[in-house]
Design a protein around this ligand. Structure first.
Ligand SMILES: Cc1cc2nc3c(=O)[nH]c(=O)nc-3n(C[C@H](O)[C@H](O)[C@H](O)COP(=O)(O)OP(=O)(O)OC[C@H]3O[C@@H](n4cnc5c(N)ncnc54)[C@H](O)[C@@H]3O)c2cc1C
Length: 568
């Protein structure tokens, strides 16, 4: 089954091609195909990618669409790391202009344009309001100059406007009036980072790639025959080329000497509030006066999220949590321009914390700030010929992946000169094939709830609801997530644990004031029904989710009384 599927990848342009199932039985089949002895008659992997964040997902999609036989392995769930913990923006990065990083901004804006076409349901353009106050680091004239350059770097696909203080206040009545000099309004886009990663991997799977989550690579290397990775259960998988895309985990352990001191890690947190507490009408950009930073305040349906911070970090990237000092840093910076919003701990719905993998330009300097480190990516190759792709942005993942796959293709062609491998086509095909949903379809409240996450595939989900109306309802009343999406997450989205669903597929962990406490048991039961297991497994899933929620957000879950509370 496994080899057959890889030999007949779905044509990425075929709009009728169904979403490939991705549940417990597909996982089982993949595991069996990887067992020693099962490779007899197996053509072998061209490429093993270590890490199923956005970087690994992009590489897998690009390589699979060029016909390479690709396997992605991740120690955790897909998008478990930085790729579900970002500011969720597809943007050029106005901040980087202040640092003179014109090339990075140009590339990111070009990729933004491409993502508008290939992932239109996941990349929503929005008007960002960037106010200037008396005494700000960036006065209005500097904002105007910067945003004029931003327009030019987008090749004038977008155009900023400048408004006076009264107009800025009319557009955003929550803004403090005192000292307001005016604002610029410019376009950027908001996305769902974890879902962009998932959808990229689903597209890769449609083209024949395989993805194995909860499979940690403990060592990797090269011998006479090929390169290889070894998983924690002892399984060794061979491939012509291995690419490490392990984000902030990319280190000496995975890349040897080449990985040593490659990265500087920086933590950033985001806080989720009710939209009724921070009722902004559009994304806001807040200047930080004392450092070259900005903070975003972004509307998110019935919620608003605020962030981020930028603090040097050491330790396990999976263990970075939101701390009291993070709130203490963030709230006053925003309160200055939104003086009436109740930015207090008791009004917080949830929070998240991520770790940036920043590429170092020199040796480590303890205690130095990470704010000015470039967000550019770097492609490295170690003495075994194993490639590492680190740094960069969610926004630029496709371009980063192309660079890495071009490199892999050169290596494969050097070994197999007769092999034809086509050029990159990832910018040409949508991640989810099918006609976009028209206004008519979106008038259906069910489709309207589903469309932002599933795009054209919302139609299929709606049909499933029609044949099983029990899947119709919302998981919790004030959020758009529907029960059919739980079914989808289990059967088509590679979910293995409860926290995969409640944190990364349907992020109740971040948006629900009970963090999914009311539905956790029902979802865990459905998951274990599909996966096979007992009542004890259901309890274990709930405990696992509870621990991961507490670790990252600081909130505890009480599934029996259907409530959760702040960490004491
Ligand atoms: C606070 C913050 C805000 C950001 N905001 C934005 C933004 O608005 N826009 C933007 O474009 N970018 C943003 N970024 C940057 C962006 O999120 C990252 O560049 C991107 O997500 C990195 O993805 P990655 O795939 O390289 O790493 P990750 O997403 O961390 O993926 C690495 C994966 O490797 C796996 N792994 C690790 N070790 C192993 C192993 N031994 N074996 C197998 N698997 C392993 C991990 O489980 C993980 O899933 C932000 C980052 C942060 C932290």
């Amino acid at each position: 089954m496994h080899a057959a599927r890889r030999n007949t990848p779905a044509d990425p342009t075929d709009e009728q091609s169904p979403l490939a199932p991705w549940g417990a039985s597909e996982r089982q089949r993949l595991l069996e195909s990887l067992r020693p002895g099962a490779e007899d008659g197996h053509p072998g992997w061209d490429l093993v990618v270590v890490g199923a964040g956005i970087t690994g997902a992009g590489i897998a999609r690009d390589a699979a669409m060029r016909g390479l036989r690709v396997l992605v392995v991740d120690a955790n769930d897909l998008a478990y790391g930085t790729s579900s913990r970002s500011s969720r923006l597809i943007h050029g990065g106005v901040r980087y202009l202040e640092q003179g990083q014109v090339g990075l901004v140009y590339e990111a804006l070009r990729e933004r344009t491409r993502l508008y076409k290939t992932a239109s349901h996941l990349v929503q353009p929005a008007d960002f309001l960037f106010p200037a106050y008396d005494g700000d680091r960036l006065p209005l004239w500097k904002l105007r100059v910067g945003l004029a350059l931003y327009d030019a770097l987008s090749l004038y696909r977008t155009h900023h406007r400048s408004v006076r203080a009264e107009q800025a206040h009319q557009r955003e009545p929550l803004l403090a009036e005192e000292g307001l000099r005016g604002a610029v309004i410019y376009e950027d886009a908001v996305t769902d980072d974890a879902r962009l990663t998932l959808t990229t991997l689903q597209s890769a799977r449609r083209s024949g790639a395989e993805v194995l989550t909860y499979a940690e690579v403990v060592s990797l290397g090269r011998d006479q025959e090929s390169q290889w990775v070894q998983l924690s259960d002892g399984l060794r998988i061979r491939a012509t080329r291995v690419v490490v895309a392990a984000g902030p985990w990319t280190s000496e352990r995975l890349l040897g000497e080449t990985g040593k001191h490659l990265l500087a890690l920086s933590k950033g947190i985001h806080v989720v509030m009710r939209a009724s507490d921070v009722p902004i009408r559009q994304p806001l950009v807040v200047q930080v006066r004392r450092s070259k930073r900005i903070i975003f305040v972004i509307p998110w349906g019935n919620r608003t999220y605020l962030g981020t911070t930028d603090t040097a970090y050491e330790g396990d990237p999976g263990a970075s949590g939101v701390m009291e000092e993070d709130y203490a840093e963030l709230f006053p910076l925003i309160q200055r321009i939104l003086p009436t919003a109740p930015l207090t701990r008791d009004r917080v719905v949830s929070a998240w914390s991520g770790v940036r993998p920043l590429v170092r330009s020199g040796p480590p300097r303890p205690g130095s700030s990470t704010i000015n480190i470039s967000r550019k990516h770097r492609l490295v190759e170690n003495s075994d010929g194993i490639i590492g792709l680190v740094g960069g942005k969610l926004t630029t993942y496709r371009a980063m992946a192309k660079e890495a796959v071009d490199h892999v293709v050169r290596a494969i062609r050097a070994a197999e000169p007769e092999r034809e491998i086509p050029r990159c086509t990832t910018h040409l095909h949508p991640l989810v094939p099918g006609d976009e949903l028209g206004d008519d379809a979106l008038r259906d409240p069910l489709i309207a709830d589903l469309a932002p996450r599933h795009g054209p595939y919302a139609r299929t989900l709606a049909e499933r609801v029609r044949s099983d109306p029990s899947l119709s309802g919302r998981l919790v009343e004030d959020l758009p997530y529907r029960w059919v999406e739980v079914d989808q997450a289990i059967r088509f989205e590679g979910s293995w644990h409860l926290d995969d669903i409640l944190r990364r597929r349907l992020p109740l962990a971040l948006t629900d004031h009970r963090h999914g406490g009311e539905v956790a048991r029902t979802i865990a039961t459905r998951l274990i029904d599909a996966r096979g297991g007992s009542g004890a497994d259901i309890e274990e899933e709930i405990l696992r989710y509870r621990e991961s929620l507490l670790r990252e957000t600081g909130y505890d879950l009480n599934p029996s009384s259907a409530s959760s509370s702040a960490r004491p």
